[in-house]
Design a protein around this ligand. Structure first.
Ligand code: C5P
Length: 233
């Protein structure tokens, strides 16, 4: 596990707000995540500006397209200074291999991870897509496919960590959103655990957004979650 497992999701269209949060939260988190909302509003220059603060940046654009298109997107995102970037495992093995190849000998080489089943989805949501497997079974299937396609790890619910560790080994990076401190609002997240439980289950990185950024005191919220993680080790 990295020194501080918290990756705070800066889900805001405001570059100013993202920079202020990155600076204020730096002592209490290990990395920051920039996703679709931030990138749609601020583009590559916005990513560069956050990378320039010295923060480790997870660029979460969840690419899902034909192999050639995803390979190009991964190559360009890596050039922006991302430490972690991702694709959807459901894009398939050829797409994931093309993405991994696109990183080539990039130095430093970002970690490339695959989204398995979104933590906002339930067994009923999968059934509506024609997938009869339970979320756990589907997540483990996609994690094995990601590993076999040369990816460094996966995004999954903390509820699936134990099964993925057993299937993919201790060096496979496990990144978990769906983390909620006890009593916090779940919002649209469905398959959740507390930060302490996720750390005990073996998560490498916990992606946490609204419980920190939506708190009346984000720094205090991050510090409390960091302390919970530390105590759980
Ligand atoms: O605010 P919250 O803690 O729910 O934020 C979670 C973050 O993790 C969001 O930025 C969301 O885009 C991301 N996420 C993800 N994969 C999932 C679920 C959420 O990357 N399966």
């Amino acid at each position: 596990m990295t020194a501080n497992p918290i990756c705070v999701a800066l889900d805001t269209p405001s570059l100013e707000k993202a920079l202020a949060l990155a600076a204020a939260l730096a002592p209490h988190v290990g990395s920051v995540k920039l996703g679709m909302e931030f990138v749609a509003a601020n583009g590559p220059d916005g990513i560069r500006a956050v990378v320039k603060t010295g923060a480790k940046v997870f660029v979460d654009l969840k690419f899902h397209d034909i192999p050639n298109t995803v390979a190009g997107a991964v190559r360009e995102t890596a050039k922006l200074g991302a430490s972690i970037l991702n694709v959807h495992a459901t894009g398939g093995s050829a797409m994931m291999k093309a993405a991994a190849d696109a990183l080539g000998n990039a130095n430093p080489r970002p970690k490339l991870i695959a989204v398995t089943v979104l933590t906002s989805m339930t067994a009923e949501d999968l059934a509506a897509l024609g997938i009869s497997a339970m979320p756990l079974e589907q997540v483990v299937r996609l994690a094995k496919l990601a590993k076999a396609s040369s990816l460094d790890g996966v995004v999954c619910s903390p509820q699936e960590i134990t099964a993925i560790r057993a299937a993919c080994g201790k060096d496979f990076l496990i990144v978990t959103p769906g983390v909620r401190p006890a009593g916090a609002d779940l919002a649209d997240q469905k398959r959740v655990m507390t930060p302490g439980e996720a750390v005990r289950a073996g998560a490498d990185i916990l992606v946490i957004g609204r419980p920190i950024t939506g708190a009346s005191d984000p720094v205090a919220a991050a510090a409390a979650i960091a302390a919970e993680c530390e105590a759980a080790r």
